[in-house]
Design a protein around this ligand. Structure first.
Ligand SMILES: Cc1cc2nc3c(=O)[nH]c(=O)nc-3n(C[C@H](O)[C@H](O)[C@H](O)COP(=O)(O)O)c2cc1C
Length: 330
C-alpha cells in the first residue's frame, strides 16, 4: 500500500501532518507523534508578538499612524528582534532536527510588516524544512476594505518569500470574498502549500462577568465541509499543494479530503482527544479501507471527487442549494 504523498515539494510517507498545537510544543509529544507514524510536524507557532517587543504597535504599521495604506505596508520598522522566546524557538528547531527523521515545518504567526519577517530567515538557518505562515488579521476597522486586507496578506507572503528559500505555505482562512482567487494569488506569488483552513479562536460572551471572552474548543468532524469544498474547487487549479485542515478526525475524513483534491491533511483536535498513538490506528484504518476497495496508492485516489471529476459538480456550487433547502424534511 503506497501511502506516500508530496507536500510543498517535500516527500511525505503518508498524508498525516500533526498541526500546530500544544502537541507540537513539547519534544516528548513530538517524539510520540513520530513513533505513531505522522509524516511531518508543524511546530507550535511563534507569534509576532513574541518576536517584536513593539508588537503593540502592530496596527500602526498596518493602516494607521497618519500614513496611507500604500506607504504603511512599505514601511519596515527597525525593531529589536532578539528575545528569550524567539531564541528558544530556534533552539527547539535545532534540537528537534537532530532527532527527528520526518520533516519539521516551523509556524510563523504574524500580520504586520515588522521585524518578525526577518525572523523567517532564522527559522531556515535553524534547520526548518518548511515554513507555515499564519497571517491572522481581523479587520475591525470599518474603513479597511477587502482589497486592503488581501494586499496585506500578499505583501506579508512576498516579504517572507524574499527572506527564505525553504518552501513556504500559507494557513489560509476561508473568509475572503473569493477564497479561490486568493489561493491562486498566494500560489502565483510562490507559496508552495495552502492549508485549508485555519480555525480562528472563538468569541463568546460570559454572562456572569458580562464581558466578551475568547475560547478555543476542539473541532468536530462536522467542520470538515469547507476544507472539502475548497480542496475540490482548487484541485489542479493552483500549483501549490493543498492540505485539508479543520475537522479531520478519522481515516474517512482523510479519504474524503484526498479524493476532494488535498495532498495532505493536518490533525490537531482528534490527536489531543485520543492521544498521539491515535495516528497509528488512523493509518491502519486508512490502509485497510484502501485494501478493501482495491486502491493501491494515495495518488490513485487524489482529486477523484474534485470539482472536475465528480459526477455531481453541483454539490460544490450554488445549483444544488435551493433543492437541498426546499426538499429538507424534519
Ligand atoms: C489548543 C490549540 C492550540 C493551537 N495552536 C496553534 C498555533 O500555535 N498555531 C496555529 O497556526 N494553529 C494553532 N491551532 C490551530 C490548529 O493548528 C488547527 O488549525 C485547528 O485546531 C483545526 O484543526 P483540527 O480540526 O484538527 O483541530 C491550535 C489549536 C488548538 C486546539
Amino acid at each position: 500500500m503506497k501511502l506516500e504523498t508530496t507536500y510543498m515539494g517535500l516527500t511525505l510517507k503518508n498524508p498525516i501532518i500533526a498541526g500546530a498545537s500544544p502537541l507540537t510544543a513539547s519534544s516528548d509529544s513530538i517524539k510520540r507523534l513520530e513513533d505513531a507514524g505522522v509524516a511531518a510536524i508543524v511546530l507550535h507557532s511563534i507569534f509576532e508578538e513574541q518576536i517584536n517587543h513593539e508588537s503593540h504597535e502592530i496596527d500602526h504599521f498596518l493602516f494607521k499612524g497618519g500614513e496611507s495604506y500604500a506607504e504603511a505596508v512599505g514601511y519596515f520598522p527597525d525593531m529589536e528582534l532578539s528575545n528569550l522566546e524567539s531564541e528558544h524557538y530556534l533552539e527547539e528547531i535545532n534540537t528537534l532536527k537532530s532527532s527527528l527523521s520526518i520533516p519539521l515545518i516551523a509556524s510563523l504567526n504574524g500580520v504586520s510588516r515588522g521585524g518578525w519577517i526577518e525572523y523567517a530567515g532564522k527559522l531556515q538557518e535553524a534547520g526548518a524544512d518548511g515554513l507555515e505562515l499564519n497571517i491572522t488579521y481581523i479587520p475591525t476597522d470599518i474603513e479597511v476594505d477587502g482589497s486592503m486586507v488581501e494586499k496585506l496578506y500578499l505583501e506579508a507572503l512576498e516579504a517572507v518569500l524574499e527572506t527564505v528559500s525553504i518552501p513556504v505555505s500559507i494557513k489560509m482562512n476561508a473568509v475572503f470574498s473569493s477564497p479561490a482567487n486568493m489561493a491562486k494569488q498566494f500560489s502565483d506569488k510562490g507559496a508552495k502549500g495552502l492549508v485549508l483552513f485555519d480555525r480562528p479562536v472563538q468569541v463568546d460572551v460570559d454572562l456572569e462577568a458580562l464581558t466578551a471572552v475568547q475560547t478555543i474548543r476542539p473541532s468536530s468532524a462536522a467542520e470538515l465541509s469547507e476544507s472539502l469544498r475548497w480542496s475540490a474547487i482548487l484541485y489542479k487549479k493552483v500549483a501549490a499543494s493543498l492540505c485539508a485542515s479543520t475537522g479531520v478526525h478519522t481515516h474517512e475524513d482523510i479519504l474524503k479530503a484526498i479524493m476532494s483534491g488535498a495532498d495532505t491533511v493536518q490533525m490537531v483536535s482528534a490527536l489531543m482527544k485520543y492521544g498521539e498513538s491515535y495516528v497509528d490506528r488512523v493509518l491502519n484504518d486508512l490502509s485497510t479501507w484502501m485494501e478493501e476497495k482495491e486502491y493501491d496508492s494515495i495518488a490513485q485516489m487524489k482529486g477523484s471527487i474534485s470539482l472536475h471529476h465528480t459526477a455531481n459538480p453541483a454539490a460544490y456550487e450554488r445549483a444544488n442549494y435551493m433543492r437541498i433547502l426546499t426538499e429538507y424534511r424534519y
